[in-house]
Design a protein around this ligand. Structure first.
Ligand SMILES: [Zn+2]
Length: 333
């Protein structure tokens, strides 16, 4: 499928506020979406269990992730979090412990300094002869709890969409409008999002405002059906399989939103974005004290995070080789 056509079509759809469902078979074959307005989602299909042995870096999709001329990246990304649904009112400030907000907040607080996030510094944009690499920033610049301003059913063919949750936060100025922002909508278990836990675990997309293009991602709490979206269902590094699953999926959507913000920058011949090619693969994991698997330490916690494609080698990795030149800093020296 030609991704450019999809993206252009999607913009047209958005302007008319009509979401025409695509044929399921078409969506499934491309590894993409049921809703025409969403160009990339994290499929439930293909979920695998981590192992201690170094798993082969299986790259799904077709061919290499390549840069599309004229495509943009978010070169200095910021993160905004919307806890949507019946999350605790203090979700933005929780840390430590085994609650979902604490596990996610601690992860986001460490993401910007992580070796994993530096993988994304191999991506760039080339505009007017100027090459700009992605910076490994991931600061949380804003966070709110929204108990359900747009209702508890999202993305049905009629009614509110996940993008409406973001738009509400921006129009009410609960969060600032940031062209470099990736807005994460984290839905609680009392929120129904169409196709969540059946076809998809998450997706990222965008919409236009008069000022700028807003990039956002949906990631749900899959407690109600852990088998759909959690690599480990009985235990996990932080003793909360749903939260630990969300963290890896958040990581996936974040790096995609940064490298391919509107679906026209970096993808392979099958339309797979960087993290799509490594979905459900964890590289070399090890056993934690509670018997679950983890593959990295960030801050005070261990996590099991999926691999991402390094654009310069086109392989799924957990970190860039230590001998790898930092393209990002060298280009700015
Ligand atoms: Zn994806």
């Amino acid at each position: 499928m030609n991704r450019k056509k999809v993206a252009v079509f999607a913009v047209a759809v958005l302007t008319t506020v009509l979401a025409q469902p695509m044929a399921l078979s078409q969506a499934a074959s491309a590894g993409h979406t049921r809703h025409a307005k969403i160009t990339s989602f994290y499929p439930t299909a293909g979920k695998s269990t981590p192992t201690i042995a170094s798993a082969a870096s299986v790259a799904a999709g077709l061919g290499a992730v390549t840069y599309q001329p004229g495509g943009t990246v978010i070169s200095q990304p910021n993160i905004y979090v919307i806890w949507y649904g019946n999350w605790p009112t203090n979700s933005c400030s929780q840390e430590n412990g085994s609650s979902t907000p604490a596990i996610v907040n601690d992860f986001l607080g460490s993401l910007g300094e992580s070796d994993w996030n530096k993988i994304n510094t191999t991506y760039y944009q080339l505009l007017n002869g100027k090459k700009t690499f992605v910076q490994p920033t991931a600061d949380v610049e804003g966070c709110i709890v929204d108990t359900g301003s747009q209702g508890l059913t999202l993305d049905s063919d009629t009614g509110a969409q996940v993008s409406d949750v973001v738009d509400n936060a921006l129009s009410t100025k609960s969060l600032k409008t940031d062209p470099n922002g990736v807005y994460l909508v984290l839905t609680a278990s009392n929120v129904n999002v169409t196709d969540f836990m059946s076809l998809l675990c998450a997706y990222h997309y965008f919409y236009d405002t008069p000022q700028t293009t807003i990039k956002y991602a949906f990631i749900g709490d899959a407690s109600a059906n852990l088998a759909s979206c959690a690599p480990q269902v009985s235990n996990s590094p932080n003793g909360n399989p749903a939260a630990d699953a969300m963290v890896s999926v958040i990581a996936h959507e974040f790096v995609e939103a940064v490298s391919d913000p509107i679906g026209m920058s970096w993808y392979d011949q099958a339309g797979f974005e960087n993290a799509d090619k490594c979905a459900w693969t964890y590289g070399k994991a090890s056993k934690t004290a509670n018997g679950s698997f983890a593959n990295m330490t960030m801050g005070d916690r261990q996590y099991l995070i999926q691999q991402n494609v390094a654009a310069n080698t086109n392989t799924c990795v957990l970190a860039l080789d230590s001998g790898e030149p930092d393209q990002n800093s060298s280009s700015h020296m």
